[in-house]
Ligand binder design. Sequence first.
Ligand code: X2X
Length: 339
Amino acid sequence: MTHPISRRLSIGLATAALPLFGILRARGDAPEFEMKMGNDNPMSHPNTVRQLEAVDRILRETNGRVKISLFPNNQLGGDTDMLSQLRSGALEFMTLSGLILSTYTPLSSIYGIGYAWPGYKQVWAAMDGALGAMIRASIDKAGLYAFEKIWDNGFRQITSSTHPIVTPGDLRDFKIRVPVSPLWTSMFQALGAAPASINFSEVYSALQTKIVEGQENPLVNIETAKLYEVQKYVSMTHHMWDGFVMLGNGRNWRGLPPDVRATIATNLNASAEDQRADYANSDNTFHTQLQSQGMVFNDPDPELFRQVLVKSGFYDKWKAKYGADAWAVLETYTGKIGS
Ligand code: X2X
């Protein structure tokens, strides 16, 4: 037990030192704020690389006052586990697909509607514009904090161990892993497949043990998670676009001093821009690389798949769920969807 006098002494010293805090921080001082960040991406993935750079800069720019430790590759659990930790405050930051987050904030999946986007130009105009603002507001309302710049999770392609997906008929009863999200399940059901909701942390083993035949992801995820070891075919369906929302636990975020919040936000938003640049035009490189690793590519006609979604009532159903107003904001950027 500390002697009462020495305890008083140390309290006195701490109080006396307080006004100088931040000015006289010595190298090796314990950080004032220690926080954790989680993601579902391997070490070599642009998310991990850019998030490590961001937390490094944050540590340096705050002179060691703010230390965020990154736990990549589902080290803290799968996405749905990390989301629970984020909500409870056990985890301070994570990147998560808005589609997975939609189990909690329904509007955050709206950008993932199948075949909505002509290309990246429209995606970033929307996500940095009114559509992104609307989604972030719904996340804030639910008690989480969404950083302004969303990170890219690419246009998605279907892989398979059994047969290439050339026409919608090839998806009939196809056992495909989809992330844990009602929109993903609904879309692949509408396409006639048999989707199974599985966290990314379990995808490799689910494919390896043939619990599912296929999965869908952008090429960068197929490469960095080594899915080429357990999949043969890549069908370039470009069926939807996804992004990672950089999320913070709301209570923790609001409790941080404004200068700390500003440094964290500036750096995370800047690294999101760097990560977007990593993705831009990376498909060509990964196409070549995956081919050399034994994968066989084909280019299906997207219109055939889109027509199935139209006929199945997929677009009408989701327009009704999000509401006409939110749908109109989406269509401001994408043009008319679903006819
Ligand atoms: O789970 C996936 O497939 C991934 C990595 O793309 C997402 O985080 C949505």
